[in-house]
Design a protein. Structure first.
Length: 225
């Protein structure tokens, strides 16, 4: 281990990107994949910025800068919670705030358990308390955002951190998320990287995007030492 980047099969990357596209993914899905990327660009949806420190296939170590996020806590199943939480946050950015002002939509919407299992692996089927969030656009500080009118929405300042990530597509099912969560945790264990958070599920696309073109990620904060 050197500066938090494991030795071995990982390739050190000089890439600095906000959306490190998998070239094979784009070729596999051809024109459909290109159309989805054009849709993201046309709508100018701001994505979370990060720098890739190391990668191996669809697995990456990423460094994220500090950001301000809007957060809602929701109880229920995972699928119920992400839908209900997104509606609360969408209401806020579409004008349900003290200035009735609109704020640009960003990606991804993230979801994490408020009561993580041990050791850091989520029991998706039995977790019933979730945090849903998405970042505020660049240029906003905590003090410059209009206050929510719904007490279930609040702001937090996420610090700079290093996250391990696995990117995939498919259905937003518990089985799909759990399968890739296990892959990511096994990779971290193999590379002797210490996880310091529960998994975070990241959803980049609206429901009308075909399942095979969706961008989904599982993220886990890791020690930078």
């Amino acid at each position: 281990m050197d500066g938090g980047v494991p030795r071995g099969s990982l390739r050190i990357s000089a890439v600095s990107t906000a959306d490190s596209d998998n070239t094979a993914w784009m070729h596999l899905n051809g024109h459909f994949g290109a159309a989805v990327e054009c849709w993201r660009i046309e709508l100018a949806i701001e994505s979370a910025k990060y720098k890739v420190a190391a990668h191996e296939g669809s697995l990456e170590l990423r460094d994220y800068p500090p950001i301000v996020i809007a957060v809602a806590a929701v109880d229920g199943t995972r699928s119920h919670a992400v839908n209900a939480g997104f509606r609360l946050l969408a209401d806020y950015i579409f004008g349900k705030n003290q200035w009735t002002s609109r704020i640009a939509l960003t990606a991804p919407v993230t979801q994490s358990p408020r009561s993580p299992g041990e050791p850091f692996m989520t029991n998706i089927e039995h977790s019933s308390s979730w945090t849903i969030s998405f970042m505020m656009p660049a240029g906003y500080a905590m003090q410059s955002l209009p206050a929510p009118t719904d007490v279930r929405v609040h702001f937090e300042r996420a610090p700079a951190r290093r996250l391990a990530a696995i990117r995939f597509s498919g259905f937003w099912s518990n089985a799909n998320l759990e399968c890739h969560e296990i892959q990511l945790l096994r990779w971290l264990n193999m590379e002797q990287v210490t996880a310091v958070s529960a998994p975070i599920y990241a959803y980049y696309d609206p429901p009308w995007i075909p399942w095979f073109l969706r961008r989904i990620e599982v993220l886990i904060e890791i020690s930078s030492n």
